[in-house]
Design a protein around this ligand. Structure first.
Ligand SMILES: Nc1ncnc2c1ncn2[C@@H]1O[C@H](COP(=O)(O)OP(=O)(O)OP(=O)(O)O)[C@@H](O)[C@H]1O
Ligand SMILES: [Mg+2]
Length: 474
């Protein structure tokens, strides 16, 4: 029977006693109409042997056109019938108000449960990015499940080769929890055991991978509690799958970063080996040759012999070649990058650009020293290429290299006020053998950074390298 809900039956009884006294009757009782079936059921009464005695006086309890029940009075003095009718109206209203209030309270409880379930699901979804392991995520799930059902304990359990493996638990579940959990995984169905013990499957890609179990505190669980836990189990399945994907992604990112670092390292090693070879071999030989040529010119001058001018020119050419080689050595292996920092290395590059007629400036470059050595080397190579491009192609008067950090990470920028170009046409230029910009992008990608080129004809060019937070950390 779907009982009529009454806010406060004790209050109603009290009301009937007063009514009996006030009307001078012997007893009174109410019968209340069932909200769904319309049948009248006995409610509270005072001074009656049964809710309805023969010879009684029945007053319908009406609210507007609706009958909510009946007020039965025994031995009502005949002259009080009108008062009894008035009392019936007041009582009907009171009962209807109580019913409405009761309904509202029930709705508020439902809403509260729905909100709590949504919050639990949100909490689990949010935890995916916060936690590092499946077990940590399972603990969040168990905690939320226990709270949601007001259980005494909760756990996430999965089948292992030697029986149940508890991924996480909140409180201490009864032993029967593990049996219920394994049964839920094996059957893919909700299991409800006395206690109550509720276990719901946590789905994976190919069927249940685990179960979420909650220990209740006596009594049978409500249907909607079981439904809510089942939904939470599904949410846990999605969250665990997302975490696995995220773990794969993190591993892949770490692997790529390691490969990139190894590549950059290998390249730099190779360059520094070539730089050393150049320094120890050709440079020394050319320096020696210059000295021999100087001596020869001296001798020829003392002997008054011809060929002095040719010998002097040859000596100057040897010195020029040494200078060019030293520049190449720096390009190959900028010692100052590690030893004196990013700004010092860039200064050498800019001094050379000044030699080719550009006015240059630097701003905030020390920020780049926060980068790891491989990331800093990548940044330096990109600045080198961007400056070389400005010198060769831009016809600019000014060139600025700057760096800084913000919420989106660390950035380094090379900007000129030259003739500009259309960066979106560079893919075709690659086919023609122009590799600088493409190599810049590839290097940046290897280091987890990216390069943006902003340029248009007549508006100058800005090359901006950006390391997202964490990507180039030292
Ligand atoms: N700062 C700049 N100002 C004007 N044009 C530029 C600038 N940087 C690049 N460009 C244009 O973009 C083209 C591609 O540049 P990229 O560095 O890829 O090749 P490159 O410098 O021509 O050859 P390399 O392979 O030796 O670097 C250049 O040929 C030039 O036309
Ligand atoms: Mg170039």
């Amino acid at each position: 029977m779907a009982a009529v809900r009454l806010g406060d039956p004790a209050g109603l009884e009290d009301c009937l006693s007063r009514l009996v006294r006030a009307l001078g009757a012997r007893g009174a009782g109410v019968r209340l109409k069932d909200a769904t079936s319309g049948v009248l059921h006995p409610g509270p009464s005072v001074g009656l042997r049964s809710a309805r005695e023969d010879g009684g006086h029945a007053v319908p309890l009406r609210v507007g056109d609706e009958t909510v029940g009946s007020l039965d009075l025994t031995d009502l003095p005949p002259d009080r019938a009108a008062d009894a009718a008035r009392a019936g109206i007041a009582l009907g209203l009171a009962i209807r108000t109580a019913q409405l209030f009761d309904g509202l309270q029930a709705r508020a409880r439902d809403l509260d449960r729905e909100v709590r379930q949504l919050m639990a699901m949100q909490e689990i979804a949010r935890a995916v990015t916060r936690v590092a392991t499946q077990e940590e995520l399972a603990l969040v799930v168990a905690r939320q499940a226990r709270r949601l059902l007001h259980g005494t304990a909760a756990a996430v359990v999965r089948p292992g080769t030697d029986g149940p493996v508890v991924m996480a638990q909140e409180g201490t579940p009864r032993t029967v929890a593990w049996t219920a959990g394994l049964a839920a995984v094996a059957s893919g169905r909700v299991q409800v055991l006395p206690g109550p013990e509720i276990a719901v499957p946590v789905p994976g890609e190919d069927g249940p991978v685990a179960a979420l179990v909650v220990d209740g505190d006596g009594g049978a669980p409500a249907d909607d509690d079981v439904d809510r836990l089942e939904t939470l189990g599904q949410q846990a399945g999605i969250a665990l799958a997302n975490l696995r994907l995220l773990e794969d992604l993190r591993r892949e990112q770490a692997r790529r970063a390691a490969v990139a670092a190894a590549l950059v390292h290998a390249q730099e090693e190779e360059r520094s080996r070539i730089a050393e070879d150049l320094h120890d071999g050709p440079v020394q030989e050319l320096v020696g040759l210059g000295l021999i040529l100087d001596a020869l010119a001296q001798e020829l001058r003392s002997a008054g012999a011809p060929g002095i001018e040719a010998a002097t020119r040859a000596s100057a050419a040897a010195r020029g070649a040494v200078g060019a080689l030293r520049e190449a050595i720096f390009d190959l292996h900028p010692m100052s990058l590690q030893e004196l920092g990013f700004a010092a290395a860039v200064r050498v590059v800019l001094q050379r650009a000044e030699g080719r007629g550009l006015r240059t400036s630097m701003d905030g470059l020390d920020a780049a020293d926060a980068l790891s050595v491989p990331a800093r080397t990548v940044a330096f190579r990109i600045v080198q290429e961007a400056v070389a491009n400005a010198v060769r192609h831009s016809g600019a008067g000014r060139l600025t290299v700057s760096a800084g950090g913000d919420d989106e990470g660390l950035w380094v920028e090379v900007a000129d006020d030259g003739r500009g170009f259309r960066p979106d046409e560079t893919p075709t230029r690659v086919e023609e053998g122009h590799l600088g910009l493409a190599a810049m992008r590839a290097r940046a990608r290897l280091a987890g950074a990216d390069v943006g080129v902003t340029s248009e004809p007549g508006r100058g060019t800005a090359v901006r390298l950006r390391f997202p937070p964490g990507s180039g950390a030292a």
